[in-house]
Design a protein. Structure first.
Length: 248
């Protein structure tokens, strides 16, 4: 019987058009991993990711599953993958899972981090992983705003056009905004699922609040209005990283 495997993958999304395979480019994370697995397996391998990160978005803990026809020692799967994959995609871990395990449908939630560099100057070392905001942000106000968005709400105001989901209701389990090292501010969001560009729009709206362009009462109105036109800008992709996928 073919064995089902689950892998944890990290990647720098800078040079890629997102996770999902696309017809007009070969530069997707999924395609790079599938090509490598197919080479190892000697037959076509299709992988299922826990979610689709957009172009330029990174992952520290993307999860995917796939089936192999060949017997290969578990410890050698990451080694075999990393030998062939580009340097900006790394398999951190592999494990055997039940035949019916599905990386996407079995996921109970995801944790994302949006990184802001609140400094007069960008950094050569982290520029591909942060959004540089030059003006001083009111961190205290941004932290007060977290209570507005935590819980189960209709997040239609924070969904980009072009999404075809049946429902825009999602639950944010936790939303934490705090200072990190070297003038960074991190926005950590854990939820049961996220709409198209939801976290980047949420980050953009919170940044506008931190810049004094939005009040707390306005943020409440934005959420209740269910109108994308009322929310803030879509923060750039490079600041966003999928930290981990949650399973039972």
């Amino acid at each position: 019987m073919r064995q089902n495997y689950k892998i944890i993958v990290e990647y720098d999304g800078t040079n890629y058009s997102g996770w999902q395979i696309q017809k007009n480019t070969s530069q997707t994370i999924q395609q790079k991993i599938e090509q490598t697995l197919t080479k190892i397996n000697k037959n076509r391998v299709q992988i299922t990711g826990a979610g689709r990160t957009d172009a330029g978005v990174h992952a520290a803990g993307q999860t995917a599953n796939f089936f192999l026809d060949v017997e290969i020692p578990l410890a050698k799967i990451p080694i075999a993958l990393n030998t062939e994959l580009p340097d900006d995609i790394i398999c951190k871990k592999a494990e055997k899972v039940d035949q019916d395990f599905h990386a996407r449908y079995d996921a109970r939630g995801k944790k994302y981090r949006y990184r802001i560099l609140n400094s007069n100057f960008n950094s050569v070392f982290v520029r591909n992983f942060v959004y540089n905001v030059y003006k001083k942000l009111d961190l205290e106000l941004m932290q007060k705003a977290t209570n507005i968005f935590e819980g189960c709400h209709d997040f239609a105001s924070f969904c980009a056009a072009g999404s075809s989901v049946e429902s825009t209701v999602r639950e944010i389990y936790s939303l934490d905004i705090y200072p990190a090292e070297d003038a960074e501010i991190w926005i950590d969001v854990v939820g049961n699922g996220f709409l198209y560009n939801m976290i980047r729009i949420l980050a953009g709206t919170l940044i506008e609040a931190g810049l004094g362009k939005r009040t707390l009462s306005e943020l409440k109105y934005i959420l209740q209005s269910c109108d994308r036109n009322n929310a803030g800008f879509t923060a750039p992709a490079q600041g966003l990283t999928l930290i981990k996928v949650l399973y039972d």
